[in-house]
Every structure is written in C-alpha cells, then in structure tokens.
Design a binder for this molecule. Structure first.
Ligand SMILES: [Zn+2]
Length: 194
C-alpha cells in the first residue's frame, strides 16, 4: 500500500516537474521577442566602413539602383530618392549612426521601414531611412535610442519592391521625399563609387 502510494506521489511529482519546465520554456520564448513582438535578432551587427558611414546592409554585394534619375526600373517615379543596396538573402539592416528612431512600421510604398534622427558634429539634424524590410523583422520602435550598427530588421521586399534589397535614404528633414541627398559619397570611397 505504501509502495503504491509512493509510486503515485512519484508520478505526480514527475508530471508537476514537466509542467513547470513547459511554463519556464514559454517564459523564455516571450523573452526572445522585442517590443514589436518579433523574434529578437543579434543587437549590433558587423560594422563595415568604406566611407564616412558604415554599410547599412550586412554582406553587401551590389548597388541595384543609384540615387537620382532612374535608368528604367519599371517604377512610376523617375526620381529615385535613395540608393538600393543588396546584401545576401536574409542580411541584417543596420543603423549607420547613433540616433533616435522617429518612425518604425509600415509606410505605403516603402513597406516595413525605419527612420532615424541624427545630430552631426556641427549640431545639425539629419535623418536616415531604411525601407522594404521583411515582415515581422523590425527590431526597434519609435522613440528608441539606437547605436551605430544596431540591427533594425532584415532585408526584404515589402512595399513597392520587386526583389530583396534595402532602399536607403539620407534626409535633411523628416518625412517622405523631402530634401534627400545622394548617400553614395557617405557609403563609398571615391574609388568604389557606384
Ligand atoms: Zn530604392
């Protein structure tokens, strides 16, 4: 009788431990999500400088479209407000400078995108903008402070895009299509200029 009882107690204890492990696992999973509810990726990516700013895309391979007038891209707008950079599939998108996130979310045409406000050494404000990131990959939220190389999301093709790439802009003021400048001189040396 006592043996049976201890067996029952043993089995009950075993089940309780199993349940506790499950609960702990669930807790661990939610800790791996960020404020967007997305899976947390490594916080700061590999920082590679060719110019004044590091590359905003991991494993950079090529420029698929330059800033300015489009050379036939099947896109309605003839004026390209940024530069299109390609990394390998699933590459991380990273902040080029410390700053504050002024937009993080969906924007028509740009898909999942992030805008960051920076202040340069002269105390002037400018913005960088990162578009077309993969669904459920955004790592930052509006108002958040970020550092150089901080992972913002994963390269994707959301919004008005025909393939995985990062559309990167440098803006003089916040918002869409306002006072953008060519990012190429900030990303590449003169020799490497695309
Ligand atoms: Zn573009």
């Amino acid at each position: 009788m006592i043996r049976k009882l201890s067996l029952v107690i043993g089995i009950t204890a075993f089940i309780l431990i199993l349940c506790a492990t499950q609960i702990l696992n669930v807790g661990a999973t939610s800790e791996n999500k960020n404020n967007n509810g997305n899976e947390i990726i490594e916080e700061v990516g590999e920082i590679v400088y060719n110019g004044e700013f590091p590359m905003p895309i991991e494993n950079f391979t090529t420029v698929t479209s330059k800033f300015g007038i489009r050379e036939g891209h099947g896109v309605v707008s003839s004026n390209h407000t940024g530069i299109d950079l390609c990394g390998s599939l699933g590459s991380k998108v990273m902040a080029v400078k410390d700053g504050e996130v002024t937009h993080a979310g969906w924007q028509s045409g740009y898909g999942n995108c992030v805008e960051i406000k920076h202040t340069n050494e002269q105390g002037n404000t400018f913005y960088t903008f990162y578009a077309h990131m993969r669904d459920n990959s955004l790592q930052v939220t509006k108002g958040q402070q970020v550092v150089t190389g901080q992972v913002l999301g994963i390269q994707g093709s959301t919004g008005n895009s025909t393939g995985d790439h990062l559309h990167f802009e440098i803006r003089k003021s916040s918002g869409t299509n306002k006072d953008t400048i060519d990012p190429a001189p900030y990303l590449f040396t003169e020799k490497e200029r695309w």
